[in-house]
Design a protein around this ligand. Structure first.
Ligand SMILES: Nc1ncnc2c1ncn2[C@@H]1O[C@H](COP(=O)(O)OP(=O)(O)OP(=O)(O)O)[C@@H](O)[C@H]1O
Ligand SMILES: [Mg+2]
Length: 279
């Protein structure tokens, strides 16, 4: 599909998240915990390059949020500042009202933050079930007691629930290497769902998927619990606008626009950048 066709595609009419800012003019007031995520003036430099440049945004608890932008706009780097893989060089990040700017990635995971990566990190020689089991055990408390029967029993039950949630039960015992690309992406989402996350960052989950696999992905994203927030980076505007309630468009590391899917779809500057972008 061309970028222009994607822009014309229907956003699917989900309601707006309708969040309001709890920040004072100084930007230093406490943030209401109804926000899952608050970024205040977040920047990340690599040498002279400001890959993320003074980005502020807010994601409400339960809100489904999309980040769009051309290649190199800074979307993945923004995710890296949120997860702590590459912490911000300046600015502040709050997760459910708590300052997490300087926490390690592992501490952020313990607080209920998850992500999927642009390139797959699955164990290809292990089965679907074993990949999910490892994700469940990895986020469970007392994970060093992996062989204790009771702990292992509840983890197996959680694994079966996740298999069901991402509709992979029928191929649970197949090695990941034998899966179609779309099934691998479903599995990655299942792994991100382990341990009842409060917010998941999805980095281009539809990349490389067939049209049928994209439809399956949209259904999966739309079936996530209403209390769970997510932020999705997605080049396919049709998908991004359909699954999200609010959208931020990035350009050259900065926020170009934030709005509802229909506001973004009809924005002339966004259209110009997307049609001129590399897709
Ligand atoms: N670890 C790094 N070291 C140096 N430069 C980096 C690093 N990570 C990203 N960059 C640079 O930061 C800029 C933004 O990259 P980023 O990967 O965040 O873009 P993106 O919006 O995710 O792009 P894409 O749509 O292609 O995935 C690019 O110029 C990139 O080369
Ligand atoms: Mg990226």
């Amino acid at each position: 599909m061309t970028s222009a066709a994607r822009l014309r595609a229907s956003p699917g009419g989900r309601p707006s998240g309708g969040t309001t800012s709890a920040r004072s003019q100084s930007g230093k007031a406490p943030i209401a915990s109804s926000h899952a995520l608050v970024l205040q003036g977040v920047s990340r430099a690599f040498g002279a390059l400001r890959a993320v440049d003074d980005v502020s945004l807010e994601v409400a608890a339960g809100e489904k949020y999309a980040v769009l932008g051309s290649n190199g706009a800074g979307k993945t780097t923004l995710f890296n500042t949120i997860t702590g893989d590459f912490p911000p060089t300046s600015g502040r990040i709050e997760f459910f009202g708590e300052d997490i700017t300087l926490l390690s990635p592992h501490e952020r995971i313990r607080k209920g933050l998850r992500r999927t990566y642009q390139s797959s990190l699955l164990f290809r020689d292990l089965s679907v079930r074993d990949n999910l089991f490892l994700a469940v055990r990895g986020v469970a408390s007392g994970r060093f007691s992996i062989w204790r029967p009771s702990a292992s029993h509840s983890s197996r039950r959680a694994t079966d629930d996740l298999l069901d949630r991402v509709r992979l039960t029928h191929i649970a015992d197949q090695p990941v290497a034998s899966l179609a690309h779309g099934q691998q992406r479903q599995l990655e989402i299942g792994m991100a769902l382990a341990g009842a996350p409060r917010l998941i960052l999805f980095d281009e989950p539809a990349a490389g998927l067939s049209p049928a696999e994209r439809r399956e992905l949209v259904l999966l994203l739309q079936s996530l619990p209403s209390h769970m927030s997510f932020v999705i980076i997605e080049h396919d505007l049709d998908i991004a606008l359909r699954v999200s309630e609010r959208v931020t468009v990035m350009h050259n590391g900065r926020v170009l626009r934030t709005g509802t899917p229909s506001e973004i779809e009809n924005d002339a500057q966004v259209q110009a950048i997307y049609m001129g972008g590399r897709h």
